[in-house]
Write a protein that binds this ligand. Structure first.
Ligand SMILES: *Cc1c(COP(=O)(O)O)cnc(C)c1O
Length: 434
């Protein structure tokens, strides 16, 4: 069977992560083994008519940019390296299409920007990535969008909270930094019930930030989400060289998201699309498998350590939602895939634990090779941070506790180092606060 007659989906996920599509309409690069990095802000048009046709076709659902080569006009509209990445991201998330942005925050702003208008209500889980929380509480209300923060760990809360104005549900699972899980299928179920009473034009959409799990460990669109957002800066990029963001969702929203990106700006640059396309996605499976193996070892090590009060890792049977993790965090073969993020809390009173955390961070910063004190996550390097003495340091201990920030809580994003080195560096740092 020739390549033209074959469907890429006959191949394993891992193979497709490396090869993408047999043929890309975005660039005929059949002689290149590596997709080219294009670099052209504007494109030569062979006639005025072709320019006019390009504007007619852009973001027009009658023209399928995934099948026919688009007329290239200007980078902010459509760009070949980025479009190739978008097609591969749509594949791995099992969505209709993807649109990439300069950062994860730009993708999240667009996802919400196309769904919400003045007078609408957004219902979000109360624990969110810091800048997303800020977007929802500082900016959306300025545009007359009502934001309700609730605990979606109990999705039955949606029956109470969804009113006529509700238009979107937003959540992360696992949550940052505490690694709580939300049952995406149960949220879908509650939203379907509400949507059954509505006109299609006022239906409620479910948006999930899948940055922590990555499509290797969880496919929210299959579990019931309408839209997935990613920070490509994290796991999918994987090497920490570039920032990027992705929106993945149904074709019915694609035009709006492309138009939004054209008018609000912040498209992913071709130079930043290239590393996730060439290095990030093709190594995602290999990196994630190794990182999960190490995460499990480190989680067990922490669980048995006298300096540690508790450990949160979806792979540990002690995780309060371990059964839910086993249901929704699965790789493409259905194998349990609990991710690469860990959270643990140091022993001691809140004041003691915060001080111990600060000392451990400083010891690691000056003594550890295998652990890097840094924000961000999903890197080949193991990254560690202590929110109570870093991002939330200005808050007094009592205010931290009230905001759900455990003064002794530490987050680790597992990298590719030898597991015994990671545990050795942790052990050494713990020994400084005995
Ligand atoms: C980092 C991150 C973001 C924001 O992504 P940027 O690329 O930094 O804009 C959003 N959500 C989660 C869960 C993140 O970790």
């Amino acid at each position: 069977m020739s390549k033209d007659q074959k469907n890429e989906r006959e191949y394993q996920r891992e193979t497709r992560l490396i090869h993408g599509k047999f043929h890309s309409p975005h660039w005929d690069y059949k002689d290149h083994m590596v997709p080219p990095m294009s670099s052209s802000a504007a494109y030569r048009l062979e006639s005025a008519e072709r320019g006019a046709q390009g504007f007619i076709e852009f973001a027009n659902p009658q023209y399928d940019r995934h099948k026919e080569p688009p007329i290239l006009i200007y980078d902010r509209l459509e760009e070949p390296s980025r479009s190739m990445l978008e097609d591969n991201l749509a594949e791995v998330e099992e969505g209709d299409c993807a649109v990439c942005f300069a950062t994860g925050m730009a993708a999240i702003s667009a996802a919400l920007g196309v769904l919400l208008k003045t007078g609408d209500t957004l219902i979000a889980h109360h624990t969110l990535y810091g800048c997303t929380y800020s977007l929802l509480t500082r900016w959306l209300p300025r545009y007359g969008i009502n934001v309700k923060m609730v605990d979606l760990k109990d999705p039955s809360i949606l029956e109470k909270e969804i009113d006529k104005t509700a238009r979107a549900i937003y959540l992360e699972t696992p949550t940052n930094p505490t690694l709580e899980l939300i049952d995406i299928g149960a949220v879908r179920h509650a939203v379907d019930k509400a949507n059954a009473q509505r006109e299609p034009s006022s239906r409620i959409f479910v948006v999930v930030d899948n940055t922590f799990a990555t499509p290797y460990c969880q496919r929210p669109l299959v579990l019931g989400a309408d839209v997935v957002c990613h920070s490509l800066t994290k796991n999918i990029g994987g090497f920490g060289t570039d920032m990027g963001g992705a929106w993945i969702g149904p074709s019915s929203l694609e035009s709006d998201v492309l138009m939004y990106r054209k008018d609000f700006g912040a498209p992913l640059s071709s130079k930043s699309a290239w590393p996730p396309l060439v290095y990030g996605l093709p190594t995602l499976a290999l990196r994630t498998r190794r990182q999960m193996e190490t995460a499990m070892k480190v989680a067990r090590f922490l669980e048995g350590h006298p300096a540690v009060a508790s450990v949160r890792y979806p792979g540990l049977p002690s995780h309060p939602q371990h059964q839910l993790a086993r249901k929704q965090m699965l790789d493409a073969d259905g194998v349990f895939a609990p991710g690469i993020m860990l959270y643990f809390v140091l022993k001691g009173s809140p004041e003691e634990a915060r001080e111990a955390g600060r000392k451990i961070m400083n010891h690691i910063a000056s003594h550890a090779l295998s652990l890097t004190l840094a924000v961000s996550l999903g890197n080949i390097r193991t990254l560690i941070e202590h929110p109570a003495s870093m991002t939330h340091a200005p808050l007094p201990v009592a205010a931290q506790l009230e905001a759900g920030i455990d003064p002794g809580g530490i987050r680790i994003s597992i990298g590719l180092e030898a597991p015994q080195d990671i545990m050795g560096d942790l052990e050494e740092a713990f020994s400084t606060v005995k």
